[in-house]
Design a protein around this ligand. Structure first.
Ligand code: NAD
Length: 484
């Protein structure tokens, strides 16, 4: 039986008034597993009305009480980890191990939200005799979070726990191609005791995203997705005078030096470009091999071949994605690049309608080729060869994106040179996926991030709260001076 995916408004699952329906496919075998109704502006109006009322009560609840809900919610996530992970496999197509790691990450994000009372204690200072200034973090109000397909549970948890713990009411707009995980999140938040109206879901596509950006009673918009849409959302939300933070796409460079440990580099590069079938904004996409590195390139190819579609390599999200990724590989080949490991035409026995691409290594790529410049979002790595580290850094710096970069070397000095000069928000040394973990925050630079600050960790407190500055004088003897 196909699941019907509904909106979640004021603590209830509600059928949208819209008659636009979309089938949700399982990428593993192409079967339709659910149907989602794409909401309209009336659905959003109803959601926002309930959220506005609920948020007024919620902001009066002390934060130490608010986070008690997330302590209970964390236990529920732990208890339901297995079915939640299995659901991610069905709607997204990643492997069970990757889906389980996604739930583990959701648990870690929830755990961080539980620690927020320790981090928002405010400040107080006697600024002149008998006069005290204090700063308090106040919620922004009703906020929205628009998320992509590649992490149906983890990316929603980037925003929902912190935003809600800090006193906001959050409206989630899941990706319409993976909308089911958010249904379970809503049920578990309710079971944990979250008051109605504080977490809502509006399903939909472009139309509802535009309505969110335009709605006068939504105070902040957070977005994660491609750069093209991040720009549209950031421009539209801020032109409506909302605060906005929009994370975009990526093209992450790994710089490999001749002294790098071959085994460690090979396994890290292969895992980074193949994990989640390359559909991660932190995935390695370009390897810049500096100098005499043939022995390391061989090791990378050897490790990459260990990823087998349908076994330890999941499917990509759709038929269009598979075709797009394979087109990139073919175009690079036509332009003279060498396909060292070829993932085109991959099929899995018994799942012939699934959307599989095998891991692919493209060698002798030049900087002008599309595979060197554009986000492919599949299990593909392009190897560019340079003579010097400076050339490698220049290639990394020329990318318009700036999510992650990493260097593989045994030399501390050369590693430091890359760390200092890479134009990316998250930089690694000898690590394929340099993703910071809580309490550190997540966020890129350049066209990977529009707005100020990061989306998770301590940095997110600035986005989800506004500061109230209070100046107090009780003592009549305090002198009146130039600033009072
Ligand atoms: P997407 O940009 O197509 O969609 C993201 C969201 O925007 C979805 O909810 C979708 O419904 C909505 N949307 C799509 N087109 C729209 C339009 N024209 N107007 C308004 N809204 C629109 O991204 P995706 O394909 O779901 O996800 C993959 C992308 O997300 C990749 O580029 C990846 O790098 C990026 N991503 C970035 C990060 C990060 O932290 N920077 C994290 C995860 C994914």
């Amino acid at each position: 039986m196909r699941e019907k995916v509904n909106n979640f408004i004021n603590g209830q699952f509600i059928v949208s008034g819209s008659n636009r329906l979309l089938d949700v496919e399982c990428p593993l075998d192409g079967t339709v597993i659910a149907t989602v109704r794409l909401s309209n502006r009336n659905d959003l109006d109803q959601t926002v009305r309930c959220a506005v009322t609920a948020q007024k009560q919620w902001e009066r609840v002390p934060i130490k009480e608010r986070v008690q809900i997330f302590f209970r919610y964390k236990q529920l996530l732990e208890r339901h980890s297995q079915p939640l992970a299995e659901l991610i496999v069905q709607e997204n197509g990643k492997t069970l191990g990757e889906a389980t790691a996604e739930i583990d990450k959701a648990i870690e994000l929830t755990e961080f939200a539980c620690s927020l009372p320790q981090l928002v204690t405010g400040e107080v200072l006697e600024v002149s005799k008998g006069v005290e200034c204090r700063v308090e973090h106040c919620p922004v109000g009703v906020v929205a979070s628009i998320v992509p397909f590649n992490f149906p549970s983890m990316v929603p948890h980037w925003t929902l726990c912190n935003a809600i713990a800090l006193g906001n009411a959050l409206i989630m707009k899941p990706s319409e191609v993976v909308p089911i995980s958010c249904q379970r999140i809503a049920s578990l938040l309710k079971e944990a005791g979250l008051p109605d109206g504080i977490f809502s879901i509006v399903n939909g596509d472009k139309e509802i995203v535009e309505a969110i950006c335009d709605h006068p009673d939504i105070d902040a918009v957070s977005f994660v997705g491609s750069t093209k849409v991040a720009k549209l959302v950031y421009a539209r939300a801020t032109s409506n005078f909302k605060r906005a933070l929009a994370l975009g796409g990526a093209k992450n460079h790994l710089i490999v030096l001749p002294d790098a440990h071959p085994e460690m580099t090979g396994s890290n590069v292969a895992a980074s470009m193949s994990g989640c079938a390359g559909q991660r904004c932190m995935a390695a996409s370009v390897m810049v091999a500096v100098g005499k590195t043939d022995h390391i390139v061989e090791k990378v190819c050897e490790e990459v071949r260990k990823f087998i579609p349908g076994q330890n390599l999941g499917a990509v999200i759709s038929r269009q994605a598979k075709e797009r990724i394979e087109r990139y590989i073919t175009d690079a080949e036509k332009q003279g690049a060498q396909i060292r490991v070829d993932g085109r035409g991959a099929t899995v026995e018994g799942k012939e309608n699934g959307y599989y691409v095998g891991p692919t290594v493209i060698d002798y790529v030049t900087p002008d080729m599309a595979v060197a410049r554009e986000e492919i979002f599949g299990p593909v790595i392009s190897i560019l060869r340079t003579n010097t580290l400076d050339e490698a850094i220049t290639i990394e710096n020329r990318s318009p994106y700036g999510n992650a970069a990493s260097v593989f070397t045994q030399s501390g000095g050369l590693a430091r040179q890359v760390v200092e000069n890479a134009s990316a928000g998250m930089v690694g040394v000898n690590i394929g996926v340099p993703v910071p973990r809580e309490p550190f925050s997540f966020g890129g630079w350049n066209e990977s991030n529009f707005g100020t600050g990061d989306i998770t960790g301590k940095s997110s407190i600035g986005f989800w709260t506004k500061l109230k500055k209070i100046t107090v004088k009780w003592n009549p003897e305090s002198r009146t001076n130039w600033m009072s």
